[in-house]
Design a protein around this ligand. Structure first.
Ligand code: NAG
Ligand code: NAG
Ligand code: NAG
Ligand code: NAG
Ligand code: NAG
Ligand code: NAG
Ligand code: NAG
Ligand code: NAG
Length: 640
């Protein structure tokens, strides 16, 4: 009897052999297969990526596990839990994200970074022969990947396009309420991924560290994995960076070929990574050494040093108010920006816009290129709302928006830090008198991009964001010549009465919808009106209003409208285009431009309709509405 029990115990022990389950509370001395940017830090953190643009990293358990046991094809149950931290270089800016992955091979080095997440590449994406199952933790909104937002968790099969996804968060066991989590917060979170082989149910749950596993999973999907999972698979992680970067860390990980993965001992996980920039380190070193230096060198030198410090303090002084504490993580130090732009030297001046001067800079610690906008403001009134709004707008992420990285506040001015756009603004190309050429395919790509960015502002966020100042000079071009909308939300500053030197009109003449003259309420359709004028600018290669032209041609919309009525609409196109254009596309954009510029807001299409039309997903709305315009659009406003 005793012997039998002993044998049973032995068999049980053999059945759940060491490779069937593992628990790592930290990774010191653990033998994982790592490649790319992945590594194990001296503290025992598993690092998947460090700050490297377009980099990626993979980490796999070194031997494959057996997922199909019986003769039948059924996939066994499995479960895993791990603790992760995503620590971005800039608090508002993610990179691509990371995944937990099951793969037949641990060599995924031919996959790509960015939204490919280090999982697949252009050629094998979506191919059933990949046999890849992944759970993605995605911090970047990529329309290509049909992402729902820039902070979500998804189940991916053979592809970077998720089968199912949900905004990051958890349902509280206490009150049943959904609590959002920000993956990029730099705070540790725990994830649980469980597959029930019998009911074929895959559950994914996340929660802040130390919160017990919530009962309701974030994602729950019934999937027959038989055709996806092979007999033997590797388990591990992939992570990828985009044009901005994050550290992706795993602090602890357990796995079991059964339903309940071993619990992690949360109190023995390695300490959290420190995220101080070298700038902060310098400051610490200064404050450590200063007292020592002072006591050694004595009073006279001390006095000198103090003077230097006072001067330095004044030079780099900033304004801080109590209400700003909550935005602290989005702040840059003035000294950082001062160094980045070499003291705001003229050679670093990129341009002077309606809101102030813009400088190019290179951040001292990360060497990241940025654009710094100095906006002067004297009044304190409304500043808090404005900063809150700027910070929340910075959370908007779309590849056709210029990303705001943070701000800094000094006496009389606000400094806004943006991603640097190497190709400058669109008007620099359109109105360069042929010095810089933009062919039709580039123009069409820019138009589609800006439309998609504006649609995101209008519909992609909890609150509708109205740009208020769409025009070619507010469209910037990134290194791939994609059009990106800049300056969104800045027009609000005028509302808050902070820059009183100009008129009350928010926006730019020629782009202002006629109804704004009557009711001073901006709407998404007034943005659409400006977008219409922008479309015409791009096709016709001229500004919305050119007072030096003959009277009939001064207002671009009017001129195109009249030409459309006379059947000569193509004569309005930019002569620099020559014969290089696609007639159908040109026709579509001109007519769309007129429709968007309709004097009646209700007759204008929505940005959703506009993008659908531009992408060929729906036909051009009928132009019958335009026929009824007796008076042409802009003249109403400028009172001709
Ligand atoms: C790590 O594991 C692999 C696969 O089992 C093995 O080949 C290798 O020798 C191990 N390395 C160390 C240092 O133990
Ligand atoms: C990131 O890791 C790679 C490979 O280990 C290394 O070459 C690079 O210098 C690291 N970069 C930073 C910023 O730590
Ligand atoms: C894509 O990935 C597959 C599998 O890793 C690889 O065989 C293929 O060569 C890759 N294709 C390219 C273009 O890199
Ligand atoms: C999927 O991958 C297999 C093997 O690499 C290849 O033979 C096949 O053509 C691919 N299928 C598609 C649709 O690309
Ligand atoms: C979902 O997964 C299946 C494989 O089970 C795949 O064939 C299908 O294309 C996926 N659907 C989406 C929308 O990604
Ligand atoms: C998945 O979640 C559902 C509740 O939504 C639960 O009934 C089921 O048991 C869970 N399955 C696993 C494998 O955890
Ligand atoms: C799952 O898919 C496999 C392969 O297509 C099939 O043989 C099996 O019957 C399916 N299981 C269930 C329960 O539908
Ligand atoms: C968890 O780790 C702590 C610190 O290393 C240790 O004191 C404790 O005994 C561990 N708990 C368990 C259940 O192993």
């Amino acid at each position: 009897m005793a012997l039998k029990i002993f044998f049973c115990a032995l068999i049980l022990k053999l059945a759940s052999s060491a490779s069937d389950q593992f628990t790592y509370n930290g990774f010191k001395g653990v033998n994982l297969s790592l490649d790319g940017l992945a590594g194990i830090t001296s503290d025992g953190l598993l690092r998947l990526t460090n700050y490297t643009m377009h980099g990626m990293g993979h980490a796999f358990y070194s031997v494959p596990l057996r997922f199909k046991r019986s003769q039948v094809d059924n996939v066994a149950s499995f479960s895993t839990t791990f603790v992760f931290v995503i620590s971005p270089e800039h608090p508002m800016l993610g990179s691509a994200g990371f995944t937990f992955v099951l793969s037949p091979s641990k060599d995924l080095t031919h996959s790509l970074s960015n939204y490919f997440l280090g999982l697949v590449n252009m050629t094998n994406n979506g191919n059933a022969s990949n046999h890849i199952l992944a759970v993605e933790f995605d911090t970047w909104y990529s329309p290509e990947a049909k992402d729902i937002n820039s902070n979500h968790v998804g189940i991916d099969i053979n592809s970077y396009i998720s089968n199912q996804s949900a905004p990051a968060g958890f349902t509280s066991d206490d009150n049943g309420k959904f609590e959002s989590l920000i993956l990029l917060s730099g705070e540790p979170m725990q994830a649980w991924i469980e597959y029930d082989g019998i009911n074929m149910q895959l559950n994914v749950t996340i929660a802040p560290l130390w919160t017990p596993k919530p009962k309701v999973p974030l994602l729950s999907s019934t999937i027959n994995l038989s055709n996806i999972i092979l007999d033997h698979m590797y388990v591990g992680f992939t992570a990828a960076e985009g044009t901005s970067y994050s550290y992706h860390y795993i602090l602890g990980w357990s796995f079991k070929m059964d339903v309940r993965a071993p619990e992690l001992n949360l109190s023995s996980l390695p300490p959290l990574p420190k995220t101080s920039t070298s700038f902060e380190k310098n400051q610490k070193i200064l404050s450590l050494w200063l007292p020592l230096v002072l006591s050694v060198l004595g009073l006279i030198i001390a006095a000198g040093a103090t003077t230097v410090l006072v001067v330095r303090k004044k030079k780099f002084s900033e304004l801080h108010d109590d209400w700003e504490l909550e935005f602290e993580s989005n702040r840059f130090h003035y000294e950082q920006l001062y160094k980045a732009t070499r003291g705001f030297k003229d050679e670093y001046l990129l341009g002077v816009g309606g809101f102030g001067k813009v400088y190019r800079g290179v951040l001292p610690a990360s060497k990241m290129e940025v654009a710094v906008k100095r906006v002067s403001h004297e009044s304190k009134q409304g500043l808090r709302e404005f900063v809150a709004e700027i910070v929340s707008l910075g959370k908007l992420r779309h590849r056709n928006l210029v990303q705001l990285l943070g701000y800094c506040r000094r006496k009389g001015e606000l400094l806004l830090v943006y991603e640097y756009m190497p190709n400058g603004s669109l008007d620099g190309f359109l109105f360069s008198n042929g010095e810089k050429l933009l062919d039709w395919s580039m123009r069409y790509q820019i138009i589609k991009g800006v439309a998609s960015g504006l649609q995101y502002l209008h519909e992609g966020w909890d609150t509708v964001v109205i740009h208020r100042d769409i025009k070619a000079s507010n469209v910037l071009l990134d290194s791939d010549m994609n059009g990106r909308l800049g300056d969104f939300g800045l027009a609000r500053l005028y509302d808050h009465g902070a820059a009183p030197q100009t008129t009350n009109v928010i926006g730019t003449l020629g782009f202002l919808a006629p109804e704004l003259a009557r009711v001073c309420k901006v709407t998404t359709s007034s943005d659409v009106f400006a977008f219409g004028a922008f479309l015409l600018e791009v096709v016709c290669g001229r500004r919305a209003i050119e007072p030096n032209k003959q009277e009939m041609e001064q207002v671009l919309v009017d001129w195109v409208f009249v030409n459309w009525k006379m059947g000569t609409i193509y004569e309005t196109k930019d002569l620099l285009l020559g014969e290089d254009y696609v007639l159908e596309e040109l026709d579509l954009v001109l007519k769309l431009g007129l429709l968007c510029s309709h004097p009646l807001p209700s007759a204008r299409p929505s940005m959703r309709q506009v993008t659908q039309t531009l992408n060929g997903d729906s036909p051009l709305p009928p132009l019958t509405e335009l026929n009824s315009c007796i008076i042409s659009p802009v003249s109403v406003l400028i009172g001709k």
